[in-house]
Write a protein that binds this ligand. Structure first.
Ligand code: F6R
Length: 607
């Protein structure tokens, strides 16, 4: 997830681009850059936050009235000056910024290198610039179209050439792109807030569309070239809301970003037949076959993601797997051996306890794989292998989309390990791959049922205590649902395996006490229903998360939050969504500061 800007008009483009990038910085902030044309193309880019780019522009100013800009969240190649966008072709006549991932960039890069191309960065973006230059035959739009034809992936790209000044050509393939229409000037951005203070009139570019931007306005076409009459959308959000993309809070925005987070985390990594490609995971099949155990260590929401991983690894790999809180593992003197893989999960890659546990596992001779969202984080630098989630920066303290990406990363890892160990055959791999590729649509469908979660929030918002129950993967989801609720609504909540309720906690279930039950695991469905009946018999109020095909649950539950039917193994991906929304709406109804809950910090870098 990166931020894109473009400008064509009478003003100096540089300050407009930098200002827009600052407003998009939430999308990524490990490097930034701009390019403008005035006869020739001039590029300035710098690693780090936008202040570094501003300082560079002070030292080395540029001017021109057409320009493109980018703020980066690294996916290919570490954050550095060289990897920062924009990228040019070797002649410097074509310049590109891009957001998302070109899945087949390595094979494209190999072909170009075989033909003599020399690259100055590790990015997939530079490959685009090379291809566009090679395809150019007097028409920039055609060159971009031919380039798109050979590129696979989910991305948005913005292209400018000194050969056709006064014009920007952009393409959207899943990653967002909007056009802002001014008076004799036109803007491009990955999000409306970047230019909302300059214009309120926008065109939203849809998937598989191309837009040609000049100072006179924008022409929208399908990639194939059919012109589209796109209506102009007038936006009247206030500035606080605009910053959150029209949502009231970053948390809600991030919940709604989850379908595209899944798409991005899978991009280029999962074939239809379940073959997995993990770019920064270097171990070979012999190593995987030699493994006796997998340890997973993490804190908080990342630990809950690890609970899901533990269950998947046990079920799919038939490999002993243990998830441990990092703050426990580091002092537990665990017996971790060289034939054991340790997976440390951390959104930030900076959590002190997780770093300490990872180090300890490494010192015990275990290979260390990091699942993290931040390229270049301490954890990623320490690890032997890294599986980057591609959730983009998460602003809300309560984690949602990063958790989602951690789940997807672990399914990918299970497929990778399972195929090497022979525990995942082609048929199962294909089924899991198919299910994962359908997950963005399943999450969209679950999000569409948000009104049901609002009604459920009304039911529990005044409760003193809320209980979450489930079995197996449903228990892991119950843990995350409970944490989400308590951290932002300040309502006491507790999660436990459904079978545990009768061993003590049932004493607390009285008239009207809400119990949220997750019911996606068919093999233990009847067992969980028994727990539901125990609750009902004491007057408890049941809110269930269940498949839309589950008719039985309506007989037992007071309220049912539906998710689309899917293989049980993948159900956590959808089942967590209504619980995130439930927590959000309870906190909103109770009037809390949702994005910055009391006493909590986004990154816990102290012990
Ligand atoms: C809860 C939450 C925290 C973090 C935990 C670990 O919503 O965000 O529980 O999951 O502090 O943080 P990372 O993943 O950065 O190691």
């Amino acid at each position: 997830m990166c931020g894109i800007m473009g400008y064509v008009g009478p003003q100096d483009a540089g300050p407009i681009l930098v200002d827009g990038l600052r407003r998009l910085e939430y999308r990524g902030y490990d490097s930034a850059g701009i390019a403008v044309t005035n006869g020739s193309i001039h590029v300035r880019k710098a690693q780090g936050k936008i202040v570094n780019l501003e300082a560079l522009l002070k030292r080395e100013p540029l001017s021109g009235s057409v320009g493109i800009g980018h703020t980066r969240w690294a996916t290919h190649g570490a954050p550095s000056d060289a990897n920062a966008h924009p990228h040019t072709d070797p002649t410097g006549e074509f310049v590109v910024v891009h957001n998302g991932i070109i899945e087949n960039y390595q094979s494209l890069k190999d072909q170009l290198a075989a033909a003599g191309a020399v690259f100055t960065s590790e990015t997939d973006t530079e490959v685009l610039a090379h291809i566009i230059a090679r395809e150019y035959d007097g028409d920039l739009v055609e060159a971009v179209r031919s380039t798109v034809a050979v590129c696979e992936g989910a991305y948005a790209m913005v292209v400018m050439s000194k050969k056709e000044p006064g014009k920007i050509v952009a393409v959207r393939k899943i990653s967002p792109l909007v056009v802002g229409l001014g008076d004799g000037e036109t803007y491009l951005a990955s999000d409306i807030p970047a230019v909302l203070h300059r214009t309120r009139d926008f065109m939203i570019i849809e998937d598989d569309e191309m837009v040609i931007v000049t100072s006179e306005g924008a022409t929208v076409k399908t990639i194939e070239g059919t012109e589209i009459d796109r209506e102009v959308l007038h936006i009247d959000w206030d500035s606080a809301r605009a910053e959150k993309g029209g949502y009231d809070h970053f948390m809600l925005k991030e919940i709604y970003e989850q379908p595209s987070v899944v798409t991005e985390t899978l991009a280029g990594r999962l074939d239809e037949d379940g073959t997995v490609w993990l770019e920064d995971v270097a171990f070979d099949d012999d190593y995987v076959r030699s493994l006796d155990r997998v340890w997973i260590t993490a804190c908080g929401t990342a630990f809950h993601a690890g609970l899901i991983g533990q269950e998947i690894f046990r079920r799919v790999l038939r490999l002993p797997s243990n998830v441990e809180y990092a703050h426990e593992l580091r002092y537990a003197d665990p017996i971790i051996g060289p034939n054991e893989l340790t997976i440390a999960i951390s959104q930030s890659g900076e959590t002190a306890d997780t770093l300490a546990a990872a180090r300890q596992a490494g010192e015990s001779g275990s290979r260390m794989l990091a699942i993290t969202n931040v390229v270049g984080s301490t954890l990623s630098r320490y690890a032997d292998d890294v599986l980057y989630t591609r959730a983009g920066p998460e602003i809300s303290v309560a984690s949602t989309k990063a958790y989602m990406a951690m789940l997807i990363a672990q399914y990918l890892l299970a497929l990778r390990l399972g195929s090497a160990r022979g525990t995942v055959d082609k048929e199962l791999a294909t089924r899991i791959a198919h299910g994962l590729h359908r997950m963005p649509a399943a999450i969209e469908k679950t999000l569409a049922a948000e009104p049901d979660t609002i009604r459920a929030a009304e039911e529990i918002k005044d409760a003193d205590d809320v209980y979450f129950i489930g079995r197996g993967l449903d228990y892991a989801i119950a843990m995350e649902g409970s944490l989400k609720l308590k951290e932002i609504s300040y309502l006491h909540s507790e999660a436990m395996p459904a079978g545990e309720l009768k061993h003590g906690t049932l004493a607390l279930i009285t008239d009207g006490v809400p119990v949220i039950v997750i019911l996606t695991q068919r093999s233990v469905y009847d067992k969980t229903i028994s727990a539901v009946q125990e609750v009902k018999a004491r007057g408890g109020k049941i809110i269930a998360v269940a498949y839309d095909t589950d008719e039985e649950i309506a007989k037992h539950a007071d309220t049912v939050l539906r998710i689309p039917d899917m293989p049980d193994l993948l159900a956590p991906v959808a089942a967590v969504v209504p619980l995130q929304l439930l927590a959000y709406h309870v906190a909103r109804m109770r009037g809390h500061d949702i994005d910055q809950p009391r006493n909590l910090a986004k990154s816990v870098t102290v012990e």
